[in-house]
Design a protein around this ligand. Structure first.
Ligand code: LMR
Length: 389
């Protein structure tokens, strides 16, 4: 029986981690999977997390089960950072902890499906796992072009919303679009929010990089604008990047709906979680909660996040200052956001960067800008110029 299973291709992005590790060239550059790196190329544990872990070690007196919703102290402590202090509709929002942002997306899409959604409208390109999750849940998808020439394609988005049917939902990236780094402006979010409201279209918002674009407040404006306008929304959240907790899998789902309907909605969330993973892993979420309950640790975390963002802006500035490299115009990267940027390179050019220059990036042409340092960026720009000349 089991031997009948056809082989599946390895996840291309995760496979890059191993390919890079196996490369013995000393000057190799990893621009693959989305993890932050310092100017020294490291991905250290946040000092604030170390402080919280120390506290946890001293004070945690049990590891008994918490339940499918996980650590509600964590879920609630994040709310003011995501929705803002004094968010008018905060009493219409409830949440649950999930295994990473992926768990949040999985639960959001699963809930939408249980509620009757049959099709999800998605920008392309998108994080490849979005489409994979829809496929696994047997949901159809319909694509619209996310961006062209370095700017958001609002016409394509508006046409997709206009063409939406009654059983459709729309998936939107809250900030630091993965893979393009091209985000909506606040004015565009206002326009989108009004269209979603008029159409009665359910938004599924993915906020996986809050704080990595322009700041914790700035990066949440889009989802706040949408959630202010519409009656119902689902939001998948990740702490993997903004707390550097990648492998600890720390995320959440937030649901906004009529207050009276919330207990029934969340009971569906709990049963989906139980069937999928029963309960989310505790440690990382507990560490985030400890940080958010402690003023000094919160200040330390925000400071560390500031440093990450500043470094990524510097790298983006250097790329933009290079102007063009071969046929690639690097100037738009300066004003784009977050970890990612898309290089308009062919498969052969991307392969040549790997084979001839030991530069690893996703097969789509996506680079993780945090993989660039003052020590390797000139080599990178020269290599792009060479392969794309
Ligand atoms: C990425 O896109 O590199 C990250 O979101 C990591 C992942 O799980 O794919």
């Amino acid at each position: 029986m089991l031997a009948n299973l056809p082989a599946q291709p390895a996840d291309a992005l995760l496979a890059l981690i191993k390919l890079y590790a196996a490369d013995e060239r000393a000057d190799k550059i990893d621009l693959g999977v989305g993890v932050y790196r310092t100017g020294q190329g490291e991905t250290p544990v946040f000092g604030a997390i170390k402080g919280a872990e120390k506290k946890l070690l001293e004070t945690q007196d049990s590891k008994a089960y918490l339940g499918p919703e996980g650590d509600m102290g964590f879920v609630n402590a994040l709310k003011p950072f995501i929705f803002g202090e004094g968010f008018a509709k905060i009493d219409q929002i409830d949440g649950m902890q999930t295994p990473g942002g992926t768990g949040g997306v999985r639960l959001a899409v699963g809930l939408a499906k249980k509620a009757g959604i049959q099709r999800v409208i998605m920008g392309t390109p998108s994080w490849p796992n979005h489409a994979q999750i829809m496929k696994d849940l047997d949901l159809d998808t319909v694509a619209f072009n996310h961006a062209s020439g370095g700017v958001v394609d609002m016409d394509a988005l508006k046409a997709a919303i206009a063409a939406a049917g009654p059983n459709d939902a729309i998936l939107l990236h809250g900030c630091c679009h993965n893979p393009t780094g091209i985000d909506y402006t606040d004015a565009q979010w206002e326009e989108i929010a009004a269209l979603l409201k008029d159409k009665g279209l359910l938004p599924i918002l993915d906020l996986a990089y809050q704080g990595l674009g322009y700041g914790m407040e700035e990066d949440a404006q889009g989802i706040r604008i949408v959630m202010n306008a519409v009656p119902e929304a689902l939001l998948a959240y990740s702490c993997d990047k903004n707390f550097g907790l990648y492998r600890d899998r720390v995320g959440a789902i937030y649901v906004m709906a009529d207050k009276g309907a919330m207990p029934a909605i969340m009971s569906n969330g709990a049963s989906l979680a139980r069937a999928n993973w029963s309960m989310p892993p505790d440690h990382g979420a507990a560490a985030v909660r400890v940080i958010l309950e402690d003023e000094a640790l919160t200040a330390q975390w925000l400071d560390e996040l500031d440093q990450m963002r500043t470094r990524m802006r510097q790298v983006r500035g250097r790329l933009a200052a290079a102007g063009t490299a071969g046929s690639v115009d690097m100037t738009p990267y300066g004003t784009q956001n977050g970890l990612f940027a898309m290089l308009p390179l062919s498969k052969e050019q991307i392969q040549s960067l790997r084979d001839d220059h030991a530069i690893y990036m996703a097969g789509s042409g996506r680079i993780n800008v945090a993989g660039l340092t003052m020590g390797n960026i000139d080599k990178f720009i020269a290599a792009v110029a060479e392969v794309s000349a």
